[in-house]
Design a protein around this ligand. Structure first.
Ligand code: PEP
Length: 249
């Protein structure tokens, strides 16, 4: 069975005082029955990992470089994230694909580096509003999966997040039928590409305006194994109901 995961992406939000939210989450949720992850800005990763040490809540990076070290000012290698306590890294988020012109090839090279550093990658795919309106959603997702996933993918080292770009941070959410269609499509694609049970066992997350109020119906969709959560992961009071909904699913 795929592992259930509630993953928080703090994006470029959070300074020292915001560690309190993670401390509150740790206290409110000492023994979750699902995976819980917080990906803070890189500046907080080491301190957050220390704070959550000996707790079931994992930490992750929001990006990594494809190289292990070298002259890449401002970048962070996968091994450095692991050294700072990370167990996961988000790759190919639409904000990286847009703001930093990351191609599928770039995402795949980063995924190879992350897997080599023993991180679990969360690889993001999803269509823009124009692509959905043109009827190209599944074609776009297929191309992103084909290009972004390295051959070495296993259910242990990779999670896929389906995030329609138009739903991220907008309050808009696809219909349950649309979420069902895309997740089933992704599962079928993974089944066809990867050997044995890998395609069946990879966790699939939905991302895009998930909140406590809509989490339960999203988690009831057959191939949805959790969520990648932006805004609602910043505060313990907002993230906790999503974790509870996943536990109940
Ligand atoms: C995200 O950043 O991946 C995301 C889904 O954001 P939000 O939950 O705020 O839509």
């Amino acid at each position: 069975m795929p592992r259930k995961l509630a993953a928080g992406n703090w994006k470029m939000n959070g300074c020292s005082p915001d560690l309190t939210e993670a401390r509150r989450l740790r206290e409110a949720c000492p023994d979750p029955s699902v995976g819980v992850l917080i990906c803070p800005p890189a500046t907080l990763l080491s301190r957050l990992s220390d704070l959550l040490q000996d707790s079931p809540i994992a930490t992750g990076g929001q990006d990594c470089h494809a190289n292990g070290n070298g002259a890449h000012t401002g970048d962070i290698a996968a091994g450095m994230l692991a050294d700072a306590g990370a167990a996961f890294v988000i790759l190919g988020h639409s904000e990286r694909r847009t703001d930093h012109a990351e191609s599928n090839d770039t995402v795949r090279a980063k995924a190879e580096a992350a897997i080599a550093a023993r991180l679990t990658t969360i690889i993001c795919v999803g269509e823009t509003k124009a692509e959905r309106e043109a009827g190209d959603t599944l074609k776009v997702i297929a191309a992103q999966l084909a290009g972004s996933l390295p051959d070495g993918v296993t259910a242990e080292n990779t999670v896929i997040a389906y995030e329609p770009v138009w739903a991220i941070g907008t309050g808009l959410v696809p219909t349950i039928d649309e979420i069902d269609e895309t997740h089933e499509f992704i599962r079928t694609h993974l089944d066809a590409r990867f050997e044995s049970d890998t395609g069946e066992e990879i966790s699939l997350l939905y991302g895009g305006s998930v909140k406590g109020s809509n989490a339960a119906e999203i988690f009831a969709v057959e191939h949805v194994n959790g969520a990648l959560v932006g805004g609602a992961s910043l505060k313990c009071d907002d993230f906790l109901p999503i974790i509870r909904a996943l536990e109940a699913s």
